[in-house]
Design a protein around this ligand. Structure first.
Ligand SMILES: Cc1cc2nc3c(=O)[nH]c(=O)nc-3n(C[C@H](O)[C@H](O)[C@H](O)COP(=O)(O)OP(=O)(O)OC[C@H]3O[C@@H](n4cnc5c(N)ncnc54)[C@H](O)[C@@H]3O)c2cc1C
Length: 441
């Protein structure tokens, strides 16, 4: 069984015009479309497959400040507020709860790293508690083991990957925005040096602004437009188990395995960082930039197969706008599960948390995680193509910051005070562009 996903209605008619077209209905695209629709703009969201069906329904659901890169921490803190506010604003349920995230370790090195992060976090007003051995062992009693220490971050939480993006898409529909599934954007039209339309498989939408929130497909789309966006993805395989182990922490990380309670009372099991690298033409193109990241992570990465070539998301092909593109041939990127990782993850989880022996595997799935070379997303307008805003490369932690990223994108479009400093995210750092207000409304 693949990753669970709730379904959303599609708007039957594609509009001929829109103030903004959002390309990609993952968590980033839906939140961008939501905040723009709330500001009274006419927004069309186009998704080549189903809302949330790629990375945004395949993740663990962690919405964390804990151990965040300093550049992403402000967005992460704001996002936690926005997750909560979204439920009260819309009545829609993403499954978000501030349940706290819990980390256990027997490694002095890891514990010192967490303590350093705690000190930094305190300096920017984020609370996280280092746990002594006795506290960690008590809080981690479900493991039946004693621990050197741990961390508990009480203001962090989880949302439900199966519900979140669909819930936001429903909110867009309620506000009068339109949502078009099975509708790939093939490219854009340009007039007078700026964006003037988005060409989809079902027709062209005239607009001055397009947001590319295409996840793992963003770089190959940018390539059609002469924009160089270094992006590479790795394949991560995880599983869920049925309800039945009620006494476990809501969200627990150890270096061996991580366990997250799901909305149905079951759990998601995963090994942090472990993934396969399926070579693609795009990876060769950007190899020099990604080498340092892959070198740092080589212990948890293993070579994959030719699937990356076949699936087309990192193709270097040029496509025409009047013919089906790679996006229409691969509506939902649903990569092969690495069975060895699933077996290892399950075995480690049963060893760590004996209560899981009462449960059965309910689903296994894999997802391609798209990254930038510095592990921080690229968000901002591309200076050489006014009206075109990139928002991709969320590097394995985009689900939790989806609301903040969506809000920032809306701020960029409308020229409102940005919710966080946009500069650390600007795609300029990959090669030349400028941030500014995009259009007058
Ligand atoms: C196994 C796993 C575990 C993870 N765990 C976590 C976690 O616990 N916490 C966390 O914060 N993050 C986590 N992540 C990362 C997180 O899921 C992603 O960073 C986030 O979902 C990215 O959202 P997105 O909207 O950018 O991309 P996606 O969710 O991939 O959405 C992009 C969408 O764009 C569509 N699209 C692409 N091109 C086009 C086009 N031309 N026309 C129309 N549609 C198009 C695609 O079909 C897709 O639906 C995890 C990821 C995985 C795979």
């Amino acid at each position: 069984m693949p990753a669970p996903l709730n379904r959303v209605d599609t708007t039957p008619e594609l509009p001929s015009t829109a103030d903004v077209v959002v390309i990609g209905g993952g968590i980033v695209g839906v939140f961008a479309a939501y905040y723009l629709t709330r500001r009274g703009l006419k927004v069309a969201l186009v998704e080549k497959g189903l809302i949330g069906a790629e990375q945004s329904s395949r993740n663990w659901g962690w919405c964390r400040q804990q151990n965040r890169d300093a550049r992403e921490l402000p967005m992460s803190t704001k996002s936690l507020e926005l997750w909560e506010r979204f439920a009260t604003e819309t009545g829609e349920d993403t499954g978000f709860r501030r349940c706290g995230l819990f980390y256990l370790s027997n490694s002095d090195e890891e514990l010192s790293g967490w303590a350093r992060w705690r000190d930094f976090a305190r300096s920017v007003g984020v609370t996280t508690h280092m746990l002594s051995s006795a506290e960690a062992t008590e809080r981690g009693r479900a493991t039946g083991a004693s621990w050197k220490g741990g961390v508990f971050s009480p203001t962090d939480g989880t949302a439900d990957p199966a519900s979140a993006a669909p819930a936001v898409a429903r909110a867009i529909l309620k506000l009068g925005g339109t949502v078009h599934q099975s509708c790939a954007a093939r490219g854009i039209e340009i007039e007078g040096g700026r964006l003037s339309g988005v060409v989809t498989e079902h027709g062209t939408i005239r607009t001055k602004i397009a947001i590319l929130a295409g996840g793992a497909w963003a770089s190959s789309f940018c390539r059609q437009l002469g924009i160089r966006f270094p992006q590479a993805s790795i394949r991560s395989s995880i599983l869920s188990v049925s309800p039945g182990a009620s006494s476990l922490p809501d969200a627990l990380h150890t270096s061996a395995v991580s366990v997250t309670r799901r909305r149905d009372g079951g759990h998601t099991l995963a090994i942090s960082g472990r993934a396969r690298v399926d070579p693609t033409p795009q990876q060769f193109r950007f190899a020099r930039q990604f080498l340092p990241m892959f070198a740092r992570r080589w212990r948890s990465l293993a070579p994959g197969g030719l699937e990356g070539f076949r699936s087309g998301h990192e193709s270097l092909a040029r496509w025409r706008l009047d013919k089906p593109t790679p996006m229409e041939r691969m509506r939902i990127l649903d990569p092969t599960v690495d069975e060895a990782t699933i077996a290892l993850t399950h075995a480690r989880a049963l060893e760590l948390l004996p209560a899981l022996k009462k449960t059965a595997i309910s689903a296994t799935w894999a997802g391609y995680i798209d990254s930038t070379p510095d592990g921080v997303p690229g968000i901002g307008e591309i200076a050489t193509l006014p009206g075109f805003i990139l928002a991709a490369g969320f590097s394995g932690h985009g689900f939790g910051i989806g609301p903040g990223a969506g809000h920032l994108i809306a701020d960029i479009v409308t020229g409102d005070e940005p919710i966080v400093d946009p500069m650390p995210y600007h795609p300029d750092r990959f090669g030349g562009s400028a941030w500014g207000k995009v259009a007058d409304f």
